[in-house]
Design a protein around this ligand. Structure first.
Ligand code: PLP
Length: 280
């Protein structure tokens, strides 16, 4: 089951070719995207996702996304979805055809949640630490590196996941050149210890996670302390629980890091999942 709507609100057949072969999103990865979880017809964190789309577009110098048009386009996909309770809703926004009139390409696509994600939600994942190859100090100095933009150039992220698989792990936690912890290729790292939740700040060149944001909101209301500050690998290894948060995977526990079993987090995972779900 797949549902597609173009940014002008026209529903389209997802199996019919629609993108021009010179689209810069296709030829150069020159565009931005979002993936949103929809449960029972309700998109989660749509506002923060549209904010992040706008922020990524600004970092790439793309035309400002028209929020009302995106909201209408999302509604067309929601209205046409017959694929069950959960959907992954992708928003794609590219610089458009290289030999066009400068109009960006935009569309929203509804997809089922993949089997791998469902398995990770249920059983947790093993992860390896891999170097991302930059020092957080470069983020402010080199905006052309697009660190912190959700650009379509995810080939490096996908390559890191394949590398992890070749090492027998399902997931990756990236580290920076200064040894600090960054994020996963498609997730935010959240560490729990003594009723404190911590995550790395976006100023380190990572995405501002909408799922982590929702979890921290709920946790603060329930009396947890939350901290957004640089994390060391030592803190990760010594934590009571390490989690990967993302829209489609929700809060997934990391049960093994670099081949070493982490503490059992069944009860903690249940509690954090309940906090996250209490937001909806
Ligand atoms: N970091 C990266 C690199 C991602 O690609 C994602 C989501 O796909 C996230 C973090 C988590 O963001 P969110 O919780 O908004 O889905």
């Amino acid at each position: 089951m797949r549902v597609l709507a173009m940014l002008d609100g026209t529903p389209a057949d997802p199996l019919t070719p629609l993108i021009r072969v010179d689209d810069l999103g296709l030829t150069r990865g020159d565009g931005v995207f979002e993936t949103i979880l929809v449960v029972d017809g309700k998109p989660r964190e749509l506002g923060p996702h549209l904010d992040r789309l706008a922020n990524s577009a600004a970092m790439l110098g793309l035309p400002v996304p028209d929020r009302a048009r995106w909201e209408r386009c999302v509604q067309v996909v929601l209205d046409n979805w017959r694929g069950g309770g959960e959907m992954a809703l992708k928003l794609i926004y590219t610089r458009g055809p290289e030999f066009g009139d400068g109009t960006p390409t935009g569309y929203a696509m509804g997809l089922p949640i993949g089997e791998k994600v469902l398995a990770a939600r249920a059983a947790g994942v093993s992860a390896v630490l891999l170097e991302r190859g930059y020092d957080p100090a470069i983020v402010a100095r080199a905006p052309w590196l697009l660190l912190g933009a959700k650009s379509l150039s995810y080939a490096v992220n996908m390559a890191a996941l394949r590398h992890a698989e070749s090492m027998g792990a399902a997931e990756v936690i990236f580290t920076a050149a200064d040894g600090s912890v960054l994020e996963g290729p498609t997730s935010t790292v959240v560490v729990a210890s003594g009723r404190t939740l911590r995550t790395t700040p976006p100023s380190s060149g990572i995405l501002r996670g909408t799922t982590q944001g929702a979890l921290f909101r709920a946790a603060e209301r329930a009396g947890w302390v939350t901290k957004v500050e640089p994390l060391t690998v030592r803190e990760l290894k010594d934590a009571e629980g390490v989690f990967l948060a993302s829209s489609v995977r929700k809060i997934t526990r990391v049960h093994t890091l670099d081949g070493v079993a982490l503490p059992e987090t069944g009860a903690l995972h249940k509690e954090l999942t309940a906090l996250y779900e209490s937001e909806y």
